[in-house]
Each structure stands twice: as C-alpha cells, then as structure tokens.
Design a protein around this ligand. Structure first.
Ligand code: TXA
Ligand code: MG
Length: 314
C-alpha cells in the first residue's frame, strides 16, 4: 500500500471517509484513525498496528457537543470534566451507544471518548463524517509516536494516509477517567494530573494496577507498553557515573552521570514528558543497550512519566 503524506486535513479526511486508515497529529501523541462506525475500516487499524483485538480504541470527536454521538448518557462527573477539559488531553469512558461497533469497544459496554485540542486534528475531525476511532499510531508495543517521521517509520506502506503536523507538544498519551463507574476511576495518568481532576471531581479514585489473571480495568494495562529495545533501568537519584562496558544512555532532571554515551537533561517535567518517547526511539536507532531513567517526583505530569517509565521497564 502506498502511504500518502499530506499537510491538508480535508484531504486526509476524504481518505478516512472512504473507509481507509489515516494517521493524524494530536497534542498528546499521533493517532491512527478510522471511521468509528465502519467495522471493516476499524479492522484496518488492528491489522496495521498488529494490535490485540481485546484492546479497545478511543473515539475522537470534533467538538465537545458531539460526545453524545457515541455515549449513551453523560452523567454529572463526565459533564463537569467535559466542560473543564474538552477539548484537551483527556479521555472519558462512558456507557456506549449501540452505534459504536464491538470492534471499537472490544466487546465492552463502554467507550472512551476524546476531543483533542489540536488545530489540525480538529479540522481533520470536522471533515470526517463520523467520530474517529484511533489508538496511538505506532506498531503495537513500541513507544507512542510524537512526530510524523516516527509514524512513517512504523506504519509507512501499511496505512493509506498520514496527516503531517508539528511534533506533539505534550508527548504522553491522554489521561483516561472512567466515568461509567462510581466513584470515577483514573485508568491512565497523563498531562491532566490527578490533583487537577480532583478539583473538578473530588471523589475520583486511582484504579489499582491490574494483577496477572485479574480482569484489567483498562484492557491496555495488561500489555507491555512504550518499550524501546534497550533495557530500561530506573533510578530514584542520579549515580555519579555509569558502567562503561556497553553503550548506555541517561535521561532525567539531574546532571547526567559520567560515562553516558548519550544523555538528555530535561529542565522541567513538561520537557521530560515531551521528549521521553522520542529519546527511546533515538537510543534504539543508535544501538544504545541500556537507558538509565531518573524517576521524577510523583506530582503533576510526573505521575504519568513515572507510569510510562515503569511500564517501559516491564
Ligand atoms: O492520547 C491518546 O489517548 C492517544 C491519542 C491518539 O488520542 N490515543 C491512545 O490510544 O493512546 P491507545 O489505544 O494507545 O490507548 C488507549 C487506552 C488503552 O489502554 C485502552 O485499553 C483504553 O485506552 N481504553 C479504550 N477504551 C476503553 C474503555 N471503554 N474502557 C477502558 N479502557 C479503555
Ligand atoms: Mg497505544
């Protein structure tokens, strides 16, 4: 399959409306979209990514008032979150309408809905006839792509079209809150922090990470994720030096240790989030064998960075 790379949201949408798969930028990470109401089109997403079929997809809408096209009821907690954070880097899980096919929800009675705050994404979604189902636009198991070249590297030749935009400004996937249960549950941390969510929905709880053999709260939690090929070593504080037998890299907020083949010192948590997945990818491309990652404080987006680091370490 030839992958068309375009800068025009309307052109990208015309491919999607024909039942094809289209990658597009958002402020969190790039997504791989298909018409959410067309099960054959959605099957193309699973094929291109090599994604397990029991992992549901997030459905994207062009504006906050269109959540009702996929959600059966919008309860008070969801209403408050939508008013405050849509459009933005937040996904809300709600009871789904029958119009959302099982292949999108992986058979669950719920659907995750997101309205991105990204001008190209919004324009693209406005030109799409229906809501757009889209996971991150990476080969399953690899770090989510934060720039178009990475999408092309993973999926070029396997998807119909790629809407080219700037690198994602947040760099980590959306915060996911399950509002189909009481109290609402934080399923995945992201740029919208737990503290910020609690200001809007005080009784929100953090979902316990799933243990082997238990039904996962968010099916995506059970898969190894965000992983580079290099081994990830997590440290609470920076060592003064790294072992030098093999190529090792360092990323964190502190001064890089001596002996690192490659290092990236981030000035703040936002920068750490924005560059992390790209750093993993460059390390793999450069044959780095071990990546030392400094665990940031568990506050604000630091919680999301820690979550992705722990998952990458496996
Ligand atoms: O920032 C993002 O969320 C990006 C952009 C493209 O929107 N998308 C993304 O999708 O990260 P994906 O498929 O890589 O991650 C979606 C996560 C998975 O862990 C999945 O299990 C969970 O959302 N999810 C989707 N629908 C769900 C539902 N109905 N109930 C619980 N979890 C759900
Ligand atoms: Mg993903």
């Amino acid at each position: 399959m030839q992958t068309l790379v375009t800068d025009k949201p309307e052109e990208a949408a015309s491919h999607l409306n024909r039942g094809e798969t289209v990658a597009f930028p958002t402020e969190t990470v790039y997504g791989l979209g298909a018409d959410a109401f067309n099960p054959d089109a959605v099957a193309g997403i699973f094929r291109a990514k090599g994604r397990p079929s029991d992992n549901p997809l997030i459905v994207h809408v062009a504006s906050p008032d269109r959540v009702g096209e996929v959600a059966r009821e919008i309860n008070e907690a969801a209403q408050r979150l939508i008013e405050r954070y849509f459009p933005g880097p937040l996904t809300i899980v709600l009871k789904k309408r029958d119009s959302v096919p099982d292949i999108v929800s992986a058979g669950l009675p719920t659907v995750g809905v997101r309205c991105p705050a990204h001008s190209q994404a919004a324009e693209f979604l406005r030109h799409c006839k229906h809501p757009v189902a889209a996971p991150s636009a990476n080969v399953s198991g690899r770090p989510s792509p934060t720039d178009w070249k990475t999408v092309y590297h993973d999926l070029g030749g396997k998807i119909a079209c790629l809407l080219r935009g700037e690198p994602s400004t947040i760099g980590l996937e959306s915060t996911i809150v399950d509002c189909s249960v009481k109290p609402p549950l934080l399923l995945r941390s992201g740029a919208i922090s737990l503290e910020a969510l609690q200001e809007i929905v005080p009784d929100i709880k953090v979902a316990t990470t799933c243990r082997e053999g238990e039904a996962p709260k968010s099916p995506g939690q059970k898969y190894r994720h965000y992983s580079p090929e290099a081994e990830i070593i997590l440290v609470e504080t920076a060592p003064s030096s790294l072992p030098t037998e093999q190529k090792a890299a360092w990323i964190g907020l502190s001064t890089p240790p001596a002996g690192a083949t490659k290092s990236l010192q981030c000035h703040d948590l936002d920068e750490y989030a924005r560059v992390l997945f790209g750093f993993f990818r460059t390390c793999d491309a450069e044959g780095i064998r071990t990546i030392y990652c400094e665990l940031p404080p568990e506050e604000g987006i630091g919680r999301a960075i820690r979550d992705r680091l722990v998952k990458a370490a496996g």
